[in-house]
Ligand binder design. Structure first.
Ligand code: ADP
Length: 223
């Protein structure tokens, strides 16, 4: 049976989705597809669509559901996603999920969870480079202070990590994104992981759960 890992990673801002997704996609050898990269890619091209997206996301708002779903479907239709994918930062609402589900269905949902208070504390230390590599001043510092280990680019505060935008995004998460998980109870394996421990512990807890999935465990033990 050719089942491939098709994963959504969901959780509040700061829970470590990007951090864990980078490790899991390396383990499973599947593309790490980040919604915000697709959006920022369009913004950089400075198209009419890009300008529209820019004015929405700098306010901490969400782009229209049909727009983000169409961009994501387009990305997942590329040949590198034929043997599985992990999507980070999408879907953010039930409507987005239902547009996407007309073309693709996830078979694993990784749900990282913790409180908003911890989320805000964590995000105040987040630093990123322009290519999207993620660090934390306290928990995951780069080797050379202020610069990315991978590409040497200067580290910055993410464009939407201002306190007001963080609060807006956490509220939207609870109201609109959390209910998405319920849509997949029947058809996907839901892995719920406590996001409070260290990066390594969260990763190990996630891999332990992935290994319990029969069709995936044989693939993981071959490595
Ligand atoms: P998300 O994608 O869910 O918003 P990130 O992966 O960007 O979260 O992580 C948010 C910040 O917290 C980053 O600075 C990251 O280095 C740090 N971080 C991620 N996971 C942990 C963890 N388990 N413990 C401490 N800090 C973490």
């Amino acid at each position: 049976m050719s089942e491939y890992p098709k994963i959504f990673i969901l959780g509040p801002q700061g829970a470590g989705k990007g951090t864990q997704a980078a490790k899991i996609t390396k383990l499973l050898k599947i593309p790490h597809v980040v919604m915000s990269d697709l959006l920022l890619g369009e913004v950089k091209k400075n198209t009419t669509l890009g300008k529209k997206i820019n004015s929405i996301i700098t306010k901490g708002r969400l782009v229209p559901d049909a727009m983000s779903s169409a961009m994501m479907i387009n990305r997942i239709s590329q040949p590198d996603c034929r043997r599985g994918w992990l999507i980070d930062g999408f879907p953010r609402a039930k409507l987005q999920a239902s547009y996407f589900n007309k073309k693709f269905l996830p078979n694993i949902i990784i749900h990282l969870h913790f409180s908003d208070t911890i989320a805000i504390q964590r995000l105040s230390g987040r630093r990123v480079c322009d290519r999207g590599h993620v660090y934390h001043l306290k928990y995951q510092p780069p080797r050379r202070s202020g610069y990315c280990d991978v590409d040497g680019l200067p580290l910055k505060i993410r464009y939407d990590d201002t306190p007001a935008a963080i609060r807006t995004r956490l509220n939207i998460f609870h109201r609109r994104t959390e209910p998405v998980i319920e849509l997949y109870r029947k058809q996907a394996t839901i892995i719920k992981v406590d996001a409070r421990p260290s990066i390594d512990r969260v990763y190990r807890a996630t891999v332990r759960e992935l290994k319990k999935i029969p069709w995936l465990s044989s693939r993981l033990s071959k490595k």
